[in-house]
Design a binder for this molecule. Structure first.
Ligand SMILES: *Cc1c(COP(=O)(O)O)cnc(C)c1O
Length: 491
């Protein structure tokens, strides 16, 4: 299968009209600043679902990758999928928990860094490193993280050949657990850099670096290619289609639904990668009534779906209790625009967004979008309230996941079973959880974790507890103006 550009082709020699999967992963940026999307989607249909009713997660994943006809050797695909063997239960990496009669939580956080980023980044790391080796090339992954992408990217690329990662995080802008996950990573090919400031400072440091002539020159002298580990990379998205299908099949296996019956999927959204995976699954034939999008108070996405306007004029990021969703520009919406309205229209809309921070869909476009998605935003007080109520009903969820309970309450027109995708374990946001369930948050994550553990009678996972005793391997803490010097010395 071929991948084409969301904003059309500019006829430049570095931009072929279409590319293979491997090329789309290695150079994710396309003509006019667009990204790559599949030219067509495989049609799964009921036959595929029936055939995989009793497949393991890995078997299902392999069948899906094969349906996309990706140009990756079977041996490499197998190795990539074997990363799910490190999850808590290798036979069931994404447990589905029944919370109410019609509400199920698909727990996507049972991987090494306890956030759903592992679902895609773990296998993606294997693919990228294998491709780099095969092509005899070196890659540098630059990441600016507000907390979950960083640990997951470091964990997957740790000691992998031909790939180096430089990861910038805002000092004081992540939870203790997230920071420790990064600064205790000890490997020669990883560099973790704390930036004085907030996430915007970390991100602008990264942009400054990408624009620097001397930085580009050093990369070309050393023959190092740049790549990205964020979800503009289709190499991540492809792994985010699978778990939606897997959760659906699990409902069928448990006889909660019959094959073909529609469900709702609720997704706590930031960059829209998780939601895009659900969208592709639906377009490929998974019986989904609608995809319910929840955001926090950074509600630009909600505006797009409710009103047809993408508008962040004058807006700046508001810090919330669901920080992984503190995003204004959700990169993967572009792939939805492309799939629904074509390259020419996508280029027009994205150009307007890049220059004016605003675009407006036509009424018919908006109607098409609303036939697939519904959305609402959940403010901090509501989020904490949902964590609390759900805990009182016997289930502990993280604040990101909890925002989905608002769309579950408000956005369903039909009494259908609903799957909420849970994106993080409670351990990553323990200060907020402690507050929500009425125990002391204490002086930091460790106190909060212990107090929650006692109150909820739930164990702190070994990976998390061990973080507090691990030596600090990454001590770099700098001003954002020193970023180039620091990264050049790493190279
Ligand atoms: C990344 C992340 C999200 C947002 O996911 P997108 O695919 O970017 O929309 C939500 N919750 C948590 C915990 C995350 O780490």
């Amino acid at each position: 299968m071929k991948f084409i550009e969301t904003r059309g082709n500019d006829s430049q020699p570095q931009h072929p009209v279409n590319v293979n999967f491997s090329e789309a992963i290695l150079g994710p940026i396309a003509s006019y600043g667009g990204i790559y999307a599949p030219e067509t989607l495989p049609d799964l249909g009921e036959a595929f679902l029936k055939a995989h009713l009793n497949s393991s997660y890995k078997q299902l994943a392999k069948a899906l990758l094969q349906a996309f006809e990706i140009d990756i050797a079977e041996r490499v695909i197998d190795e990539a999928l074997s990363s799910y063997d490190q999850f808590d239960d290798p036979n069931d990496p994404t447990p589905l928990v029944k919370v109410r009669d019609d509400l199920f939580v698909s727990e996507l956080y049972h991987g090494p860094t306890r956030a759903f980023k592992d679902m895609a980044l773990q296998p993606f790391g294997v693919l990228l490193s294998a491709l780099a080796k095969y092509r005899d090339e070196d890659y540098l992954i630059l990441a600016a993280t507000s907390g979950d992408t960083g640990p997951a990217a470091l964990e997957t690329f740790k000691n992998r050949e031909r790939v180096r990662v430089a990861c910038m995080y805002p000092e004081g802008g992540t939870s203790d657990v997230q920071r420790l996950q990064m600064i205790t990573e000890d490997a020669d090919n990883l560099r973790v850099i704390g930036i004085h400031g907030d996430f915007d400072d970390a991100q602008s440091a990264l942009k400054q670096l990408l624009g620097s002539q001397s930085f580009k020159q050093t990369l070309s002298e050393k023959k190092i290619h740049l790549s990205a580990a964020n979800s503009v990379n289709f190499g991540r998205i492809i792994f985010q289609i699978i778990y939606h299908i897997s959760a659906y099949l699990e409902l069928v296996r448990r006889e909660e639904i019959t094959l073909g019956e529609k469900i709702y999927i609720a997704v706590p959204s930031g960059n829209f990668g998780n939601a895009l995976g659900a969208y592709y699954a639906m377009q490929m034939g998974l019986p989904v009534e609608k995809i319910l999008i929840s955001t926090n108070n950074n509600k630009v996405l909600t505006g797009l779906i409710q009103d047809g306007h993408y508008d962040f004029r004058g807006a700046s990021v508001i810090p919330t209790v669901a920080p992984a969703m503190d995003i204004l520009k959700a990169s993967n919406v572009e792939r939805i625009l492309f799939d629904l309205f074509g390259a020419e229209r996508t280029r027009e809309l994205m150009y307007q967004l890049d220059t004016e921070r605003f675009y407006e869909l036509s009424p018919s476009e908006h109607a098409e979008l609303k036939a697939i998605f519904a959305a609402d935003h959940c403010d901090d007080e509501e989020t904490v309230g949902y964590v609390k109520r759900c805990f009182e009903d016997g289930y502990l969820m993280d604040p990101h996941t909890a925002t989905c309970l608002k769309v579950y309450d408000n956005c369903r027109d039909k009494p259908l079973k609903t799957i909420v995708t849970s994106t993080a374990e409670w351990t990553k946001f323990s200060m907020t959880i402690a507050e929500a369930i009425g125990t002391e948050s204490g002086s930091g994550d460790l106190d909060a974790l212990k107090n929650i553990s006692a109150k909820a009678n739930i164990q702190i996972p070994a990976q998390i507890e061990a973080l507090f005793d691990k030596p600090i391997a990454q001590k770099t803490l700098i001003d954002k103006d020193d970023i180039e010097k620091t990264i050049l010395s790493f190279l």
